[in-house]
Design a protein around this ligand. Structure first.
Ligand code: NAD
Length: 360
């Protein structure tokens, strides 16, 4: 898709409200913030740092990610809209405190329509710098009154979703002896592996980051390491994409050997209709990404309400198990793939909220 010269028609098609390009010559900051939908509340989504091959790829990523955040918050029953930011990483630019504070100024200029948090490439350290310039931040470190890294909550949601998917498939939700291939051993992947190992699943992993792999294998000597290019198509029961998006596409789907796909990565399906249908036709259960990886945004939401407690977060995360089974049942009944089934539920909540606010 030709994004840069055709932006308004893309925004029309994807139904975005606002896209902001942030540029600062002095620090070298180049960022894009996309606000997809604010019907349910202010948009919230992390800031991703990535070395994109070109600006169009960065724009496409932020548009897809922010749209996914809208569905994620909606289906989770929290009062947030969808937004996301990407930072175009550049080896010649130092991302120091000054850089992050400049980015914080841009977030602040949106007056709370966008609340930022961690994503790939950002941690509580960067959040702390951003927070010096704006209060529209979640996932703050504990010493600043925040709830810390949201990844353990994301990982827990993925873990219970994997159990629910296995239950749907076999009638039993124990993952003991189940072979799980985890792609990406970063923040979420590591916490997910902890849950899987404590339930005696048979785990294999892949990562392009050697240090992360070593961190995991030094803790669990029985875990098998697989080459990054082979993990998605390895002979396992469950493939768990916990790295980047679009790993489920026309090339990989025909080669999948798993029975279930259930992972933390956002936008796992390159195309939610074509690839979602292709997985379903192969008889593989695909657990919708934005539903099962919502633990992090839920935790950020509870923090943003100003009355944080872990119990409140878990109150929204535990039901993910039943929602996953509900979506698989809806998918069967309506003959649509699970991603589309989940999107229908998410869109319906927004539609109802919109008609309610128009009636008032
Ligand atoms: P992270 O950056 O900490 O970890 C990602 C890991 O994937 C890294 O170790 C990286 O080296 C690895 N990786 C990248 N490309 C790879 C490849 N081709 N093959 C194998 N490994 C590769 O990120 P994270 O916070 O763990 O998030 C992982 C995914 O989950 C992302 O897609 C993110 O958007 C999504 N997600 C994260 C959260 C959260 O709470 N952190 C919440 C929702 C969704």
């Amino acid at each position: 898709m030709e994004l840069t010269s055709n932006l308004f028609s893309i925004l029309d098609e994807m139904e975005h409200e606002q896209v902001v390009h942030c540029f600062d010559k002095e620090t070298g900051l180049r960022a894009i913030i996309a606000i997809h939908n604010t019907v349910l509340g202010p948009s919230l989504g992390g800031t991703r740092v990535w070395k994109y091959s070109n600006e169009a790829d960065a724009l496409q990523d932020v548009l897809r990610l922010s749209r996914g955040m809208t569905f994620k918050s909606s289906i989770s029953g929290i009062n947030l809209g969808g937004g996301k930011a990407v930072i175009l990483a550049d080896d010649n630019v130092k991302r120091d405190e000054r850089y992050w504070r400049k980015y914080g100024e841009f977030v602040n200029s949106l007056g709370g329509r966008y609340i930022t948090a961690e994503d790939v490439g950002t941690s509580t350290k960067e959040i702390e710098y951003i927070f010096k310039e704006t209060k529209h931040v979640a996932g703050k470190p504990f010493h600043l009154g925040g709830s810390g890294d949201p990844s353990p909550f994301t990982a827990y949601g993925v873990y219970v979703s994997m159990k629910a998917s296995w239950k749907k498939l076999t009638g039993n939700d124990s993952l003991s002896g189940v072979k799980v291939a985890v792609q990406g051993t970063g923040h979420v992947g590591q916490f997910l592996i902890e849950h899987l190992m404590s339930e005696q699943a048979i785990v294999s992993i892949a990562d392009i980051n050697q240090a992360n792999l070593e961190l995991v294998t030094s803790k669990y000597s029985t875990i098998q390491v697989v080459a990054p290019n082979d993990i998605a198509t390895s002979d396992v029961d469950v493939y768990s994409p916990c790295a980047l998006g679009a790993t489920l596409n026309a090339s990989s789907i025909p080669l999948l050997k798993c029975k279930v796909v259930c992972g933390a990565a956002n936008n796992q399906l390159k195309d939610e209709v074509v690839d979602g249908d292709a997985i379903m036709q192969r008889g593989i259960l695909y657990a919708p990404d934005f539903l099962i990886n919502a633990g992090g945004v839920i935790n950020c939401y509870i923090e943003a309400t100003g009355e944080y407690s872990k119990e409140k977060t878990m109150h929204f995360i535990e039901p993910i198990y039943d929602k996953v089974i509900e979506i698989f049942n809806k998918s069967e009944k309506d003959h649509i793939n699970p991603q589309l089934a989940a999107m229908a539920i998410a869109k319906d909540r927004i539609k109802q909220a919109k008609s309610k606010s128009m009636a008032n």
